[in-house]
Design a protein around this ligand. Structure first.
Ligand code: URA
Length: 204
């Protein structure tokens, strides 16, 4: 891991565009080597809600935009059902490079490790500072534990608005990719549970 990106960050305290440009050259962990590009967050500033995923997937790595693949489509539909317009939120990831291993012709997603999450954390902190969300919403355990610590359990805390010092509130819910891995009635129940969690945001 190279030195933290303090100098790049310090120069970008006021603009998301400057932050995104600085992150494009991030070498704070080795993930940039196999990724096509840094996939930075996008959306409203300020935004009432900031959604944080784990890391870009295959589609996101190619397009350079967060949550544009199958998981993104599921998230968009769940948001719409709960009454949230994606254009009104800010969407980002805990880790901004796609981590993968080859599997035949496919690129197989790999979970980022604690060092990779920690290396990316300054970008996420800077996004939160600039976007000033009322609620930061973690999608899945990687994002939730990046923000709340390794002992945080999404299964225990999901759908609850929790007080935190760095935003007005925090909520964790299930990652849309976890729903996509389910089948039949389980998948539909998990999708509905995600919509219910998102409705808590709208009612808050
Ligand atoms: N999964 C994530 O966590 N983030 C994305 O941007 C896409 C899929």
């Amino acid at each position: 891991m190279t030195a933290p990106h303090g100098a790049a960050l310090a120069a970008t305290r006021t603009s998301l565009r400057a932050l995104r440009d600085a992150a494009a050259d991030c070498r704070a962990c080795p993930l940039w080597r196999a990724a096509t590009q840094t996939v930075f967050g996008e959306g409203r500033r300020p935004a009432r809600w900031m959604f944080v995923g784990e890391q870009p997937g295959d589609h996101e790595d190619r397009s350079g935009r967060p949550f544009v693949g199958p998981a993104g489509r599921l998230l968009d539909a769940a948001m719409a059902e709960a009454g949230i317009d994606r254009r009104e939120v800010y969407v980002t990831n805990a880790v901004k490079h796609f981590k993968w291993v080859p599997a035949g012709r496919r690129r197989l997603h790999q979970k980022p490790n604690a060092r990779e999450v920690a290396a990316c954390r300054p970008w996420l902190d800077a996004e939160i500072a600039l976007v000033q969300p009322e609620v930061v919403v973690a999608l899945g355990a990687t994002a939730a534990q990046a923000l709340m610590g390794r002992t945080f359990r999404v299964t225990r805390e999901r759908g609850k608005l929790l007080a935190v010092g760095w935003a007005r509130a925090f909520m964790a819910t299930v990652h849309p990719s976890a729903i996509l891995r389910m089948k039949g009635a389980d998948r539909e129940a998990a999708r509905q549970a995600l919509v219910e969690d998102l409705r808590v945001l709208v009612a808050s």
